[in-house]
Design a protein around this ligand. Structure first.
Ligand SMILES: Cc1ncc(COP(=O)(O)O)c(C=O)c1O
Length: 428
């Protein structure tokens, strides 16, 4: 199919996520079609190049077409692409489970339950928590505590613990029971903590909230509160995992090892849909018994433990060691932060929030006020930034900058400059 036919087919037959399709399908809108990638750069249908400023929706880690991951997927294809994880196992999945658990201190997270996406990793954690308490003879522990502005995905359970009204409010009547809190100060007002199954949080930084950073020490305190009340802690590292915050996992920075830890996005280096819900031996053991005891975790997806995805994930982990990715990242984080400090002085930049290699740049008419949300300034800035070689997306008026970890300092400079020029153009 030639390009025009393909774009017409897209407009006639696809439905894009988080997208107002009226604007997308308008005759004057030419969809961006990404056709190639290499390292931190993507190329569109006209051969124009962009820095992948949001790591292809927070997934890509070591760059596009990394030879190590490409080769691992090809080698697995020569054996088998997919086999059921229900009633059989496969070599990459077994090895990956061991390697993932090996990234955490002994006797913390020892079991990996595979699924497909961030949402399903969360869904599995929530259901495991509820079933654990049922099997423990405490079925009344069946509600969750989650944070305002949290985002944990869009399946029904994951959206129950989300706190972004525009995304989750519509389905509120269909959700799991959840108490929403703004911060630690609200924990004290929670009634009947003995009926709470688990608390869930995006550690160190909330992503879809607009890159909002939690105070230092908050995670540690939350974990201690959970311990006092015997409540499970679920950490959603779907965005923060795999180096984004400067350490392999965000939880390491506060030495918190939870009851459940959810991984997806960067797990395969951003190549294939694969997720893992890690948990402890204590949780795992509770589900053991005779079939007739009905303790089994009756939950799963067709592509659970996908051999191709697990092969990609093993290569992703190997690159961290072989290329000493986290060491190489340190000076890049320092460089990014220096550039962001300069950008923070811009009169239309209200606030720059950052955590390791994740940044959110919020614009406003001045330092103290916001643009009306429906002016969509953030979206306009991201569109303008394309002309300067940067591809990224906003969260309302916050521009996300979160490139693959392989990005160079020169590319960081160009990305920040693209944002500055786009802000000038859109906000004056
Ligand atoms: C923190 C967090 N959790 C969960 C999800 C959901 O992941 P997925 O889109 O793969 O279902 C996201 C997606 O952006 C996320 O940022």
């Amino acid at each position: 199919m030639d390009l025009d036919v393909l774009l017409a087919a897209d407009k006639a037959h696809t439905w894009h996520p988080f997208t107002q399709m009226k604007a997308w399908c308008a005759p004057e809108h030419e969809p961006l079609m990404l056709v190639e990638g290499e390292g931190a750069v993507l190329r569109d249908q006209h051969g124009r190049e962009y820095l992948d400023g949001n790591s292809s929706i927070w997934t890509n880690v070591h760059g596009h077409r990394h030879p190590r991951i490409d080769a691992a997927i090809r080698a697995q294809l020569d054996r088998v692409a997919h086999v059921s994880f229900l009633g059989s196992t496969n070599a990459p999945a077994a090895e990956l489970a061991a390697r993932l658990c090996g990234l955490f201190p002994t006797n913390t997270l020892t079991r990996a339950f595979f699924s497909d996406d961030g949402s399903t990793a969360i869904e599995a954690a929530l259901k495991m928590a509820v079933q654990y308490w049922q099997l423990d003879g405490r079925p009344e522990r069946n509600r969750f505590v989650a944070f305002d502005r949290a985002y944990h995905g869009d399946t029904a359970g994951a959206s129950s613990v989300g706190g972004i009204a525009g995304f989750h409010g519509r389905f509120a009547g269909l959700h799991f029971p959840v108490e929403r809190i703004g911060g630690l100060e609200d924990l004290a007002r929670l009634e009947r903590p003995e009926t709470i199954a688990a608390v869930i949080i995006e550690p160190l930084i909330q992503g879809a909230a607009g890159m909002r950073v939690w105070p230092t020490g908050m995670l540690r305190e939350l974990s201690a509160w959970c311990d006092v009340h015997g409540i499970f802690l679920v950490l959603d590292e779907v965005m923060t995992g795999f180096g984004r915050t400067g350490t392999m996992f965000a939880c390491e920075q506060e030495r918190v090892f939870p009851d459940f830890l959810c991984l997806a996005k960067g797990l395969t280096g951003g190549y294939l849909p694969l997720a893992a819900t890690l948990t402890t031996e204590r949780v795992f053991r509770k589900f053991l018994g005779e079939v007739a005891e009905l303790k089994t975790f009756y939950y799963g997806h067709s592509y659970t433990g996908s051999a191709l995805g697990c092969a990609a994930a093993l290569a992703n982990l190997a690159i961290f060691e072989e290329e000493r990715t986290l060491e190489a990242l340190k000076p890049k984080i320092a460089h990014l932060h220096t550039r962001l400090d300069e950008l923070a002085a811009h009169p239309r930049v209200r606030e720059v929030r950052r955590c390791g290699f994740i940044a959110g740049i919020e614009v406003g008419p001045d330092k103290a006020s916001a643009y009306p949300w429906d002016e969509l300034r953030g979206g306009q800035i991201c569109t303008a930034a394309r002309a300067h070689g940067l591809l990224t997306r906003p969260v309302l008026d916050t521009i996300v900058l979160m490139p693959p970890l392989c990005v160079s300092t020169a590319q960081i400079d160009r990305a920040v400059e693209a944002i500055r020029r786009a802000i000038d153009e859109v906000c004056g």
